[in-house]
Design a protein around this ligand. Structure first.
Ligand code: 3HC
Length: 308
């Protein structure tokens, strides 16, 4: 398995240094995957950026735990090799609270900060002035327009979307998104990098939700509407979709897993931009749970209860 990593590493040679802005579930997952798959063997580096050291040290801890899980699978029989791989990988991962300084040597910047268009636009404007000419910029947004995020950036030919899925180390898919100005060379680099990360890439235009979320979010909304009408229970809808279609999680389990606040944020944004699309209507039961602080797995309760 390790040899496979190195082979694909050659393909990502153009991208040696990656800066990930945002150390949450997604940003941390991207930093972890890049470190683990490539950096440790090739001498590549990743810088993970967030607003303060407390947040970063929590993220570092989470990454270390998750990496050990992945390593345990990879090096099943050799605990020693697994430990060495994890510590080599972690030594390639640095953290910073200074986003502009952290992009000075970056070949690729992946942004995974809060889903707020103004904050993202401001960040990229600053990074555009600080990063070298050749640096590719990508956003991991799940529902905002890449074109809008890139609004204040001059390097639009080197701008695109790299959309990962949670949990990033496990989910095999990477959506590569282009805006009209994105150059083919940029797309090619992003595709090669994604492959080297061990992902299967698909391409999509800059449309709401790209491929996966454009289908998944309305499906989650439809499940909620089915429950609101009283047609079936939450548990039975989940059981039906798992056993009837082979999905690993039912729509309510998945909504709890992704975070009900995240789901609500996506639907509300689309409902505002596309008021005539019935699939983008905000389900009342979702709004209610979020207003009660029931956000899913992370808060201990959503549609189901969890042990924190
Ligand atoms: N880090 C590292 N490895 C992990 C992991 C993590 N956070 N979570 C799971 N794994 C790996 C481990 O190797 C684990 O094996 P282990 O238990 O021996 O360590 C293996 O996956 C299986 O995990 P579990 O036994 O805990 O549980 P499952 O077999 O039920 O798998 C799951 C968990 C992979 C999350 C699976 O339920 C699943 O695929 N669910 C659907 C997830 C999904 O649809 N994600 C996309 C959401 S949409 C999105 O992200 C878009 C965004 O824009 C909102």
């Amino acid at each position: 398995a390790v040899r496979n990593f190195s082979k694909s590493a050659i393909m990502a040679n153009a991208i040696k240094n990656v800066t990930v802005i945002g150390s949450g579930l997604m940003g941390g997952g991207v930093a972890q995957t890049f470190t683990f798959r490539l950096a440790a063997q090739t001498g590549h580096n990743v810088v993970m950026v967030d607003v303060d050291d407390g947040v970063l040290s929590k993220a570092h801890e989470r990454i270390s735990t998750s990496m050990k899980r992945v390593a345990k699978k990879k090096f099943g029989d050799s605990q020693e090799e697994a430990n060495k791989f994890v510590s080599d990988s972690l030594s390639r991962l640095t953290t910073s609270t200074d986003s502009t300084a952290s992009v000075k040597n970056a070949d690729l910047v992946v942004e995974a900060i809060v889903e707020n268009i103004d904050i993202k636009q401001k960040l990229f404007k600053q990074l555009d002035e600080a990063a070298p000419e050749h640096t590719i910029f990508a956003s991991n947004t799940s529902s905002l327009s890449i074109q809008k995020i890139a609004q204040n950036v001059k390097r639009k030919d080197r701008f695109g979307g790299l959309h990962f899925f949670n949990p990033v180390p496990v989910m095999k898919l990477l959506e590569v998104i282009r805006i009209p100005e994105t150059s083919q060379a940029t797309i090619d680099s992003m595709l090669a990098w994604g492959k080297a990360m061990g992902k299967v890439t698909v391409q999509c235009k800059d449309t709401p939700g790209f491929i996966v979320n454009r289908l998944l979010v309305p499906y989650q909304g439809e499940a909620l509407r089915m429950y609101e009408r009283g047609d079936a229970s939450i548990k039975d809808i989940d059981t039906a979709m798992k056993l009837g279609t082979g999905y690993p999680m039912g729509p309510f389990e998945l909504s709890d897993y992704v975070g009900l606040d995240t789901l609500l944020f996506i639907i509300e944004g689309w409902a505002k931009d596309y008021p005539d699309e019935p699939l983008f209507k905000v389900p009342e039961s979702l709004r209610k749970l979020v207003s009660e602080g029931k956000l899913g797995v992370k808060s201990g309760e959503g549609f189901y209860k969890y042990n924190k």
